[in-house]
Design a protein. Structure first.
Length: 95
């Protein structure tokens, strides 16, 4: 009898994130993570939004509203669909 032992791969490491408002939109960037095949960015605040399937380590959010505050967090996803823990939040206030 052959017995196979399967262990699931560990999730990718959690990326670090930063965000800044440049007067017309928010530039969000995060650290690259080994084994990540894509990233998902979550925006909360005045309006919630999810940016998924991102292969780069940054994005620009032009859908923000003056006078609102937003927070962004990111998750790294590997080729098997296993996600890292959600990063800490990067907070931005739109003037």
């Amino acid at each position: 009898m052959v017995c196979l032992l399967y262990t699931s791969p560990s999730p990718p490491k959690t990326p670090s994130i930063s965000a800044s408002y440049d007067g017309s939109g928010v530039n969000v960037s995060w650290s690259a993570v080994d084994r990540a095949s894509s990233y998902t960015v979550y925006r909360s605040g005045a309006s919630e939004k999810v940016f998924s399937g991102i292969s780069d380590t940054g994005l620009r959010d032009d859908s923000v509203q003056a006078g609102a505050s937003y927070s962004y967090s990111v998750v790294a996803v590997d080729e098997y669909g296993i996600a890292s823990d959600k990063s800490s939040k990067a907070e931005v206030s739109i003037k």
